[in-house]
Design a binder for this molecule. Sequence first.
Ligand code: GAP
Length: 484
Amino acid sequence: MAKTDITEKIVSLAKRRGFVFQSSEIYGGLNGCWDYGPLGVEMLNNIKQSWWKEMTYRENVEGIDAAILMHPKVWEASGHVDNFTDPMVDCKECKARFRYDILLEGLSEKAAKKMKEDLKKELNLDDDKIKSFIEDPDNSEKVLSTVNCPNCGRNGTFTKARSFNLMFKTYIGPVEDSSNIVFLRPETAQGIYVNFLNVKEAGRQKLPFGIAQIGKAFRNEINTKNFLFRTREFEQMEMQFFINPKDDGQWFEYWKEQRINWFVKHGIKKENLNIHEHEKLAHYAKAAVDIEYKFPFGWGEIEGIHNRTDFDLKRHTEYSGKKLEYFDDQTKERFIPYVIETSAGASRSFMAFLINAYDEEQVAKENSDGSKSTEVRTVLHIHPSFAPVKAAVFPLVNRDGMQDIAHNITEDLRKHFRVFYDDSGAVGRRYRRQDECGTPYCITVDSETLTNGSVTVRERDSMEQVRVHKDKLTGYLSQLIISN
Ligand code: GAP
């Protein structure tokens, strides 16, 4: 299957089965925004709940839920007002706008080579120098002087690059002037830093300890392609772990391992995971790695682990005047803690888990005349604890009281899980419908149920069936589904 086909198939399945819809679809959609449907919201909640349990059901990590709108000084202190920008160039003719680095990446090999050779000759620079010359947005006008606009095709029509801040701005209160500007947070991390002292005191925590948060973040991204990968509104699952600076190496390694294990434990295939170590570090970071997933369009970051040093607490101390430091009453040391950050996208992880689960398999089929053939089954091998519907219950036929028994089983199981009842069509078709939305277990009430109370439980991935007494289903399924 071609890689582009997979993305198209998943986007189409996501819509058909109610995982993800385009935002405001009846109005033609809103670029970079998506809505989670009935199955999508269940799966997203399952992912977030699993992360929350994994990260906060331990002694030394507390959870919070900070406001999306924060004091504007937060974003000055964090560096977002000055540095959270992308270099943009405009075509003077057709007015189309592009991110400078993305425009360069999009050049054909031939065009990129020619541009480089021309510049090398004209400026008399060697290979290394020409690379940094091209990458510097200040040189964009010169660099792009021979490049065609991808929109109108005209040559050499680009403006000089300008910085475009990715934060969404709005106003607090009724007066729309500069003193009332607030930003929609572009990351949840800052809500954690500003609450460092509150949580430490309220939770009577000692170092090392962490603060975790799940919440929406907003970025006015210029290029919002690849489905849920880069959107303007998304959710993050972030944890900031405050430590004594001398222990930073050890905690960085610890959290890196913990976070990789969480993805693997929930079914992400190891061959589709990559750990990318940053060589070029952000000015505040001492170490950084990305956990990358092999999306159909290439490797993409799903989570970052960063040693952010004391940068954030120091900056907030400076801008707020409130000392965000720690006193160790055993060693009598006073210092600003270092922070190890784990920062995952909930929406991006959701997309990775969905793609990772998608499969089309050839399976045996028995035709109505008893002959055998094969058919393609589309199946989502979603980890049972993330699956939106945990079990489907079917009466084999709609007579002899099988429907009543199946309804009773459904009601019993619903006290614990999301369960779906289905009595329409052949059982084989009912299985296929559940396979396609990732339901791990299908329970069928048949004639044997009428005599001894047992039902069949068919497992999605192996398609194997076992018989279980209907009164033991809750315990049986709980064991299989609960993973952490
Ligand atoms: N506090 C650090 C921070 O925000 P980041 O690498 O900018 O770091 C962390 O973002 C994670 O948030 C990424 O690994 C990704 O999963 C997710 N993310 C970032 N921008 C996103 C976007 N525009 N759309 C969807 N997810 C995004």
